[in-house]
Design a protein around this ligand. Structure first.
Ligand code: NAD
Length: 402
């Protein structure tokens, strides 16, 4: 299945069938509530006027304001945004936060624009979305190629910090947002660890991606005495069966620009890294890296999806048959949107919580979500992805206003 929106609808239908949930619910959730396409004019540095296409898909708001990031990429298209918005509705429901699902994007290559052009385009998207987004309507956030800098421009253009999350702290951002995805993922892992039969001696971890999600997750693993035996970035990976020194690897990457050629470790390709024998495999970089082609060769005991959509539905089925547990993205990486919700809540109340307060609330939310997914998995004798979709559908059915 190559169309991501078709995959998302298939996942909804499959989960609803297992749990005996009504077709009507699936039909409602298979059609986003509102989709807006805008055309944003930008006067480029060379004097030319270029018109960019941007989107906001507001998938569902039964449980609260639409919530989801804005993606800047040359391949952004409406079906991708629809799928990402649908998964946000599922993710906010699994995390148990009172928000819905949405997603936005602009189709262009951000590497081709100057900072001034990027700012004009970002502010142009906000102007074009006037009346569509708002603190109590639809709250955007960062996604691929958008960062706290873009979020600060968006908040400033709109005139309210509560419009958007993922802002720098000085612009109303929350403590703990930068580490939330990895920290939340680790709380989920800790909650499920004994259920996944990952005994202490199986505590070896392989991570694809050394950025915000994967890099911070590696540091947390080391603090908890788990051995990170392989990790990669876009240049390739490094492998050491006795465990990598993550602090030293960070320093090596900042001087050489990549993790490769790290003293004492063996270079390894991103493809071979995924097939290593280990306790936990953590895809934390790209979509669709485990497919029908390489799934039969995966040897991890369990997979924690910090990336969005790293497994194709076909790979899911193969791994289920092999008995490899997959902790799905809508649970495993939901710490990010959970702290985004905390940021919005603080802005709405004019508060600023300490890092400890944020962390305590995040832990409660992640443990509750992981336990609720596990209960559905046992009840329906299914995998955790279907269980997570069932949980989300149950919570959405409760909030259904149709
Ligand atoms: P990031 O840009 O900080 O890091 C991405 C990492 O992936 C980098 O180390 C990069 O070198 C590596 N990478 C890029 N291409 C690669 C390739 N071909 N092979 C191996 N590694 C490659 O991004 P991030 O914020 O860490 O996001 C990673 C994933 O996690 C994405 O799927 C994102 O949607 C998901 N995610 C992130 C958050 C968050 O809060 N950061 C929240 C939810 C989901």
């Amino acid at each position: 299945m190559t169309n991501p929106f078709e995959s998302a609808k298939y996942q909804l239908r499959r989960a609803a069938d297992i749990a005996g949930l009504p077709d009507e619910l699936v039909n409602l959730l298979s059609a986003p509530m509102r989709e807006v396409t805008v055309h944003i004019p930008v006067r480029l540095d060379n004097g030319e006027l270029h018109i960019y296409e941007g989107y906001r898909v507001q998938h569902n708001n039964w449980r609260g304001p639409y919530k989801g990031g804005i993606r800047y990429h040359q391949n952004v298209n409406i079906d991708e945004v629809r799928a990402l918005a649908t998964w946000m509705t599922m993710k906010t429901a699994v995390a148990g936060i009172p928000m819905g699902g949405g997603k936005g994007g602009i189709t262009f290559n951000p590497k081709e624009l100057s900072v001034r052009e990027l700012e004009v385009l970002t502010r142009g998207w906000v102007k074009a979305m006037s009346g569509v987004i708002g603190p109590e309507i639809d709250v955007p956030a960062p996604d691929v190629n958008t960062t706290p800098r873009e979020m600060a421009w968006i908040a400033d253009e709109f005139g309210s910090p509560a419009l958007v999350t993922g802002k720098p702290i000085e612009n109303g951002g929350s403590e703990g947002r930068g580490t939330a995805t990895a920290t939340g993922g680790f709380y989920v892992f800790e909650t499920l660890r004994d259920k996944l039969f990952l005994e202490p001696e199986m505590g070896t971890v392989v991570i694809q991606g050394f950025g915000n999600a994967g890099g911070i997750f590696a540091e947390i693993c080391v603090r908890h005495e788990l051995k990170v035996i392989a990790i990669s970035d876009s240049s390739g990976g490094v492998y050491n069966p006795v465990g990598l020194d993550i602090e030293a690897l960070k320093a090596h990457k900042s001087t050489t620009g990549s993790v490769q050629n790290f003293p004492g470790a063996e270079n390894i390709t991103n493809e071979a890294l995924l097939e290593l024998e280990c306790g936990l495999l953590v895809p934390a970089a790209l979509e669709a890296v485990i497919t029908v082609e390489n799934a039969p060769r995966i040897k991890a005991k369990a997979i924690l999806e910090l990336a969005n959509g790293p497994l194709t539905p076909e790979a899911d089925d193969i791994l289920f048959e092999k008995g490899i547990e997959v902790v799905p993205d809508i649970l495993a990486n939901s710490g990010g949107v959970t702290v985004s919700y905390f940021e919005w809540d603080q802005n709405m109340k004019g508060e600023h919580w300490t890092e400890n307060e944020v962390d305590d609330k995040l832990k409660v939310a992640m443990v509750d979500a992981a336990m609720a997914v596990w209960e559905r998995k046992e009840k329906y004798t299914t995998d955790m992805r279907r269980a997570a979709f069932i949980l989300a559908l149950e919570r959405l059915a409760e909030a259904n206003q149709v």
